[in-house]
Design a protein around this ligand. Sequence first.
Ligand code: AMP
Length: 551
Amino acid sequence: MLNFARAAAAVGSTPATLEKTRVLAAYLRGLDDDDLRRAAVFMSGRAFSPSQRRTLGLGWSTVSKAVSSLSGRDEDELGSIFRKHSDLGDWAGEALDGRTQPEPVSLQEVDETLEAIRTARGKAKEAPLASLLQRLDPEAARFFIKIISGELRIGLSEGLVEAAIADAFEVPITQVKRVHLITGDIGETALRCKHKQFDTTTVTLFQPVRFMLASPVETAAEAFERMGAGSVWTEEKYDGVRCQLHRQGDRVELFSRDLKETTSAFPELTENAPSLGHDVLFDGEVLAHRDGRVLRFFELQRRLGRKKVSTELREEVPVVLVVFDLLWLDGRPLLDEALETRRRLMEGLGLEAPFLLARLEVATNPDHLDRIFAETRERGNEGLMVKDPLSPYTPGRRGLAWLKLKRPLATLDVVVTAVEWGHGKRKGVLSDYTFAVMDTSAGRLVNVGKAYTGLTDAEIATMTKRFLEITTEDHGHVRLVKPEVVLEVAFDSIQHSTRHKSGYALRFPRIVRIRDDKPVGEIDTRDRVAELYERYFGEKTVPALSEVAET
Ligand code: AMP
């Protein structure tokens, strides 16, 4: 541990990135396999690799109690040492100077102590912590505390640890990054690079694989151009939450988009996965789905972030997994296979609810793609995924093999009812506009959102003058204005809102143009907003999920 601390201190003492990399590489090169794995994780400022999905569960108070009592110093003295550093590790290092009985401590012992702290409950966490600190040199204690506080503060990012691994084992940095993307574990990455195990198709079940991502495009022509293919595959863009399912026999685990384990959140999936009859790693989207209809995202949200799901909630908001990719099948890794091969294998699984296969349609030219897009919209989906059938699965990559075709849902003509002074660059101008639609049944304007973007600085300056002239009430930061400035706004979605009188809020609204040509009497209505809401964000049928449409 002392060697680790010295290496970390040396890294911290130079501001030069190249020098940091060199120092760290020299240290990593001298380690055996087990220590290499540990040191790489510790150097990235973590007690455990994220793929281990473990947390220490150690509060500041336990750490400071252990250090305080070992140091034998009084509160004033400890306080003044802390003020000098404002860092728990540096504070502990100085507070413990001369107060411990240092002896050699291996990284393995550090690892074991971290595990003992993790598994102990409440107050019992202090004992293993104190007994290790007791044996550490103050410099080692300093870095040990930094590791458990999750921050080394030696100017070392995960990227630099990757660079050091590249340098230590003479491996191209791009290769290191690729291995890291797949393993999601910097310790495992270091080891594989040391032994030149670059078989990147290796997937380990129950270690989450980073999700493949899509790049946005706005037109069908652009999709074809960027994909550079004769025909493309399209799938609905389901509006749920991304999910990876690992299944081997009776063991099933789920992971979310940020690679957190979410197994207990969707018992429908974990209970039914054993009967799939195959060991699989699925990539897909969880949707709330009842009686053949996809429920609103709002309903699905009720199921998210829960450790336990009550029977009532399961019945009210049942979920399904729409499977759109297969990364492993019965011992065979499939990352490097073409999507069309992976799809064929998925189709051969004979999926049954709660597992559904994503709907696939082939588009042969931009017009065709436009038609499919329009149909998807008719079914109430916001967009379409466009995929290259020959592409491998590239974890963590936002490449051109997957595109998402999205366009603003619609634009609405609205009128500005209130304006606010801007911040920062927009200081001194009225730049934030609250806008309304007409509630025809009540015969009044009702607010439905607030827009900050879309106008040029020159337009904002002109509008500021105009709004100052038509202010009806000046509330300092906010001014109510005579409702006469009509705007056309684009937006991505609509939500229910308690903040706005209309009961709805447009999300991410952008001003498309100022509609001086349009009288206020002709702006859009609350009914139109409600209609769009029901159409796109209400419950909907996603027909024949498992069907493969013929071209
Ligand atoms: P975005 O969140 O806008 O970057 O869009 C990408 C997300 O769309 C993915 O992370 C998935 O959660 C989701 N998605 C929905 N349907 C699909 C599909 N058929 N293929 C891939 N991703 C999909």
